[in-house]
Structure formats: C-alpha cells, structure tokens
Design a binder for this molecule. Structure first.
Ligand SMILES: [Zn+2]
Length: 136
C-alpha cells in the first residue's frame, strides 16, 4: 500500500495495482475512505492512520475492470513526481531531475521508452509554465 500524487497533485492510493482517490473521513471509525480511480467502479478502500501513510483497514465492493500493470504505475509515479518538480523547481535541468527520481525509486520495470515519456511530459510542463510566467 503506497501513495502517490496524480498529475494534478491530488493524493492517490495504490493498492494491489489499483488506484484510488482520497475520499472523506468516516466519523464513526476515523477511517479514510478512498474511491476507485475509475468513475464507474464502485470499489472502495478504507485505511487508518494518516493519509500520507495509510494503514490498510478494509475494502468494500469489487472492481469491474482490470488493475494497472506495475510498469504503468511506476511510470506514472515517476512522471508525476518529475512533473511536479518541473513546476516547483525551475533551476534544475530535466535530465538531472529525472535521473534523481529514477535512482531514488527502486525501479525494476522502467524502460528507455518510459524515460522518454517522462522527459516529454516534463518538457511540456516546463513550456506551459514558461508561457504562464510570461503572460502579463
Ligand atoms: Zn475499480
């Protein structure tokens, strides 16, 4: 069970290769509820502890779709982290940030294609940032 940030910086829980959005806190039990990432899916998960370091409590409902592959999740995780850093930190070069992220995360399944994807994503974000900054 781990958390990551979505492309928009929202907290996401990953459990058994399914992704969940953070939901509300249950008053009675103090559990955090998380809704499946897929809109039409009714599966939910409940956790204890803080949202950033959730502890598994229970699940409810079943998924009506397949889970993501670990490779896809890894790529998303790194890409979103790098992307956020691209907007937070304008001084580092993309390759530097990407290399740091890739070495910090234990990656068994990242490929050259993934790195290219991440770099493209990063550069796109930089461009958007630049445009936004230059607009009066
Ligand atoms: Zn689902």
């Amino acid at each position: 069970m781990e958390t990551m940030l979505s492309e928009r910086g929202k907290l996401i829980l990953v459990y058994k290769n399914y992704k969940y959005y953070v939901g509300r806190v249950l008053k009675r039990t103090g559990e955090n509820s998380w809704r499946c990432f897929k809109k039409r899916c009714k599966a939910q998960i409940y956790t204890l502890g803080g949202r950033e370091e959730p502890i598994f409590s229970r699940t409810s409902g079943t998924h009506n779709h397949d889970s993501d592959s670990e490779a896809v999740l890894n790529r998303q995780k790194i890409s979103n982290t790098v992307k956020r850093k691209a907007t937070d930190d304008t001084s580092d070069r993309p390759s530097k940030i990407i290399n740091r992220e890739v070495s910090e995360n234990v990656l068994r399944s990242i490929t050259v294609k993934d790195i290219k994807y991440i770099r493209d994503n990063f550069n796109r974000e930089k461009k958007i940032k630049k445009c936004a900054t230059n607009t009066p």
